[in-house]
Structures are given as C-alpha cells and as structure tokens.
Design a protein around this ligand. Structure first.
Ligand code: AMP
Length: 193
C-alpha cells in the first residue's frame, strides 16, 4: 500500500487522546513509507496528522478546494498541495490517489467523506479498504448503526464486512494488507444474505 487517505475533524476534539491518536497514525504512515492523502488544511486533526507524517520524514499530498482556502487555511509545507474547484473534485482526486481510506474522529464532514467512499466501494467503483479508527470508542454508535442496518436487512452481510474497525493504526494497516473487496452490488439479481 503506497498511499492512504485520512478523513478527520477540522477540529481537535475535546480530549488530547484524539490529538495523540492523529500523531500516532501519522507516525505509523511515515514509518511504513505510506503517503498521506488528506484535505490539505492546517486546522484540527487534519493539520496534526499532516504534521506528524512530515515530522517523521513521510510524504503528504493535500487536496484543497479553492473556496475553502481561507476557511481551512492551506498547510504551508506539504510535499504537494493540489488545488481543486469543488468538494466533488476533492473526493474524486483523493479516491484516485489513495489505496485505502481511514477515518479518524471528526464531525459531519468526516462522516460524509467516509460514507461516500464506503458506498462507492459497495457499488464496485473501487476495491479499496475503508477503516474507522475507533479512538476512545468514538465510532461505537456508528458501528452499532451498521449492526442495526444488517439486522434489519438494509445492508447485506458481505457489505457489513467492509466496515473495518480497529483501535490502533498498526492493527488497521494489518487488516488493510489482507483486505479483499466483496463482489459488486447488484440490485436486481442478488440474493439478500
Ligand atoms: P468536519 O469533520 O466536519 O470537521 O470536516 C472535516 C473535513 O470534511 C473538512 O475538510 C471539510 O472541508 C470536509 N467536508 C465538510 N463537508 C463536506 C462535504 N459535504 N463533502 C466532502 N467533504 C466535506
């Protein structure tokens, strides 16, 4: 795996545990020579994970929409900063560049990015792993929602297996290394499992 896109909060969160986890993830990416692909901003956990990769000798590519440049403040010392026109272009570029995706704790923006990429995987538009780094049990309610979806047959069991969760960056990368994407979703012919 050469590159991983990280989605995370443009805020730092309430506890230092979030900041420490973002640093650990950045260190682990750099140690494994995995390029960080992220939103390009210098704020919140986004800036922290980028700094951690750079401080440990790794590479970081930021993808930032022009209109957000003032609000999110472009990181000044990335390996590469790609400016795009829109949020859609940002996500498309991140998908193109990354071999896998990890969500750290964040707000609605983080979840939006995670869900769009997750559903693209479900539709077979990519075969790349998507993980929730479950720091401080932050994603427990979301994981429980996935269980509810499966139990109520709004999500097939094989797609439930696409919800990769781990509490450590090392564990997540290990799971990514053996990930196999499920076969493509077909609404018309597939049996519900
Ligand atoms: P948040 O988790 O809400 O702090 O947002 C984290 C990142 O998600 C920021 O870079 C936002 O620009 C980005 N974001 C917010 N809304 C969206 C959206 N609708 N689509 C894609 N990215 C978004």
């Amino acid at each position: 795996m050469k590159s991983i896109a990280v989605f995370c909060g443009s805020s730092e969160g309430s506890s230092s545990i979030y900041k420490e986890s973002a640093i650990q993830l950045g260190q682990e990416l750099a140690r494994n020579q995995i390029t960080l692909i992220y939103g390009g901003a210098n704020v919140g956990l986004m800036g922290i994970v980028a700094d951690a990769v750079l401080n440990h000798g790794g590479s970081v590519i930021g993808v930032l929409p022009q209109f957000l440049q003032n609000r999110e403040i472009a990181h000044p010392s990335l390996t590469e900063l790609i400016m795009v026109e829109s949020m859609h272009e940002r996500k498309a570029k991140m998908v193109e560049l990354a071999d896998g995706f990890i969500a750290l704790p964040g707000g609605p923006g983080t979840l939006e990015e995670y869900f769009e990429i997750f559903t693209w995987g479900q539709l077979g538009l990519h075969q790349k792993p998507c993980g929730l780094l479950n720091i401080n049990h932050y994603f427990d309610p979301l994981i429980s929602m996935f269980d509810t979806m499966e139990r109520n047959q709004f999500m097939q069991t094989k797609y439930r297996a696409m919800v990769i969760t781990d509490e450590t960056p090392e564990g997540m990368l290990k799971q990514f290394s053996v990930y196999e994407a499920p076969s493509v979703k077909s609404y018309l012919t597939e049996e519900r499992t």
